[in-house]
Design a protein around this ligand. Structure first.
Ligand SMILES: Cc1cc2nc3c(=O)[nH]c(=O)nc-3n(C[C@H](O)[C@H](O)[C@H](O)COP(=O)(O)OP(=O)(O)OC[C@H]3O[C@@H](n4cnc5c(N)ncnc54)[C@H](O)[C@@H]3O)c2cc1C
Length: 519
């Protein structure tokens, strides 16, 4: 291609395609390069309130109305029934002792359910990536991005006022020229390899491996384990986590009969079970977890298993003079808290703002993007590392998780109120008190200095000033439905009034009649 494009984007999954749409809306010429061909399998499926809010904000700011229905389950199902998704009302955790069936405890000590939305209409979703990514790629193309699939790039060079990316397409040499390059090709992706950037491992993080596939015939957990109590939401309409010492299994149901499931394990646990063996290793794992095995008794994989020998990754460099990586290319930790989408979308937002300012972002803006990207990854690695250390101690795991849910709900609220600066960075790491407090707790838990009631007290104190969800309440016995009262009580701390909270909720789609009048 002799034309010099304003922007080349490498990788046409949802985030690369979204960046391409935004660049087109900003009037830039765009080439979007993809190694594979849509539709195709992709992993990373479960969204969160913050991810959907970021997608909504981007769709609004850059006039992409066709993306808006994707941010809520009800609107998605009505607007795009042909694009499969799953219903995600929250996060569910069940703890297993190897070799023993799961038996619910009277105090619900071996489970945790946290609702992220008040109903199915407003709920988050699991994105069926073959359909979802294909939709996003076609949108980018329809907005005028030049799309090159089945293109194998292997070199990247700076040449005067632009970059040249070269490789082959259908056996013939191809060269793409652009003034600015966005790498959306995922961990250990194009620029990381082409520029030989090297890795910067997360200090103290326990390496993990994964094994995963898509299945049919996975039974619902609530059919196997019915309860008389009224749960915050049906347990399977969520990201269902089965936790055991050394790892955890995810189960995500889509509306098309497919269920995504896989396991992430520490290297020691993965080696011990021989995770690299694929399907036989999955069978061996289920044999150790009888209640999970019952859930998968009739399940059949619809594709081969993928074994990921090392999940965590951090590129030693994520920006250059004429290029930037999305956070999803700069690094990854573990899917435990569904952090991939929100961190990636925060990066798309930063790159979009940079492109608003100039066709080639200023060095200072690029450096800020690199620093934000890395700061978020490091914060996520510290928390997830600490959580892995608690997988054989459900109560401590739940205590630490309160930090995540408190920060996520406060961040979502601050953003909905147009005050994102109140909750900067992943885990509100730039918040003047919560940020450092959280880091201390995580470090002390990781080193074993903080456990049990002392950990509970430390988390309660850290969370109290930013509590918008009624977290750390023993009276809830590990079931956290959406609660409006703590949100209203936090109005002043969020710089608004009770009326401001009510307006925010109604704008977010909550029926006015569902909000108690006396709040
Ligand atoms: C096992 C696992 C489970 C996960 N679960 C979740 C989850 O539940 N929730 C969540 O938020 N996040 C999750 N993640 C993270 C999530 O997958 C990523 O955040 C997300 O996929 C990033 O999307 P993306 O659009 O940036 O690119 P990716 O999904 O990484 O896709 C990259 C694209 O670039 C293309 N490509 C790659 N190399 C090249 C090349 N050299 N040239 C051209 N094209 C190239 C690929 O074909 C692909 O289309 C998970 C990750 C893993 C590994």
């Amino acid at each position: 291609m002799s034309e010099i494009h304003d922007v080349a984007i490498v990788g046409s999954a949802f985030a690369g395609s979204l960046t391409a749409m935004i660049a087109r809306r900003l009037g830039r010429s765009v080439v979007l390069v993809e190694r594979g061909r849509h539709p195709r399998f992709a992993i990373g499926e479960s969204s969160t309130p913050l991810a959907n809010l970021l997608l909504e904000d981007l769709a609004t700011r850059y006039d992409l109305p066709r993306l808006r229905p994707f941010v809520k389950h009800g609107a998605w199902r009505r607007a795009y029934p042909e694009v499969a998704c799953g219903l995600k009302r929250g996060f569910s955790f069940y703890h297993h002792i190897p070799g023993e069936p799961f038996v619910p405890m009277a105090d619900r000590g071996n489970e945790l359910r946290v609702a992220a939305s008040p109903d199915d209409e407003l709920a988050d979703t699991h994105w069926f990536r073959p359909d979802f990514d294909h939709f996003f790629q076609r949108e980018a193309e329809s907005l005028g991005a030049t799309y090159l699939d089945e293109t194998h790039l292997d070199r990247a060079e700076e040449m005067g006022d632009h970059m040249i990316l070269s490789g082959t397409r259908h056996g013939k040499p191809v060269a793409v020229r652009a003034r600015f390059v966005v790498d959306a090709s995922g961990p250990r992706g194009f620029l990381h390899r082409a520029l030989g950037l090297g890795e910067a491992p997360f200090a103290g993080y326990p390496e993990t491996q994964a094994l995963y596939s898509h299945f049919t015939g996975v039974r619902r957990w609530d059919e196997l384990h019915p309860t008389d109590d009224r749960p915050p939401y049906p347990v399977d309409d969520a990201a269902l986590h089965h936790v055991f010492p050394g790892g955890w299994i995810w189960v995500l149901r889509f509306g098309n009969g497919i269920t995504s499931a896989g396991v992430s394990m520490t290297l020691a646990a993965a080696d011990e079970i021989g995770l690299a063996d694929g399907a036989p290793a999955w069978e061996r794992l289920l044999a150790r977890l009888p209640s999970v095995a019952a859930q998968f008794a009739d399940a059949r994989p619809v594709r081969g298993f993928t074994h990921a020998p090392r999940l965590s990754f951090r590129s030693a460099q994520s920006v250059g003079r004429r290029w930037a990586m999305l956070p999803s290319s700069a690094g990854f930790i573990d899917p435990l808290l569904s952090t991939g989408f929100p961190l990636t979308l925060l990066g798309v937002e930063r790159i979009a703002r940079m492109l608003e300012e100039a066709p080639v972002p200023a060095p200072v803006a690029l450096a800020a993007h690199a620093s934000e990207t890395d700061g978020d990854l490091v914060a996520a690695a510290a928390l997830i590392g600490a959580l892995f250390g608690c997988m054989d101690r459900p109560a401590d795991l739940h205590r630490l998780l309160m930090l995540y849910f408190a920060a996520a709900s406060f961040s979502e609220t601050a953003r909905r109120l147009g005050r994102p600066e109140l909750a900067g960075g992943f885990l509100m790491r730039t918040h003047p008190t919560f940020g450092p407090g959280c880091r201390r707790i995580i470090e002390d838990t990781t080193t074993g200095r903080l456990t049990g009631e002392a950990l509970a007290d430390a988390v309660r104190s850290a969370v109290a000033p930013v509590d918008v969800g009624g977290w750390c309440d023993p009276g809830r016995r590990n079931w956290y439905p959406v609660a409006f009262a703590p949100l209203f009580a936090a109005a002043e701390r969020l710089g608004t009034s009770r009326a401001g909270i009510r307006t925010m909720l109604v704008r977010a789609g909550v029926a006015a009649s569902a909000i108690p009048a006396d709040l």
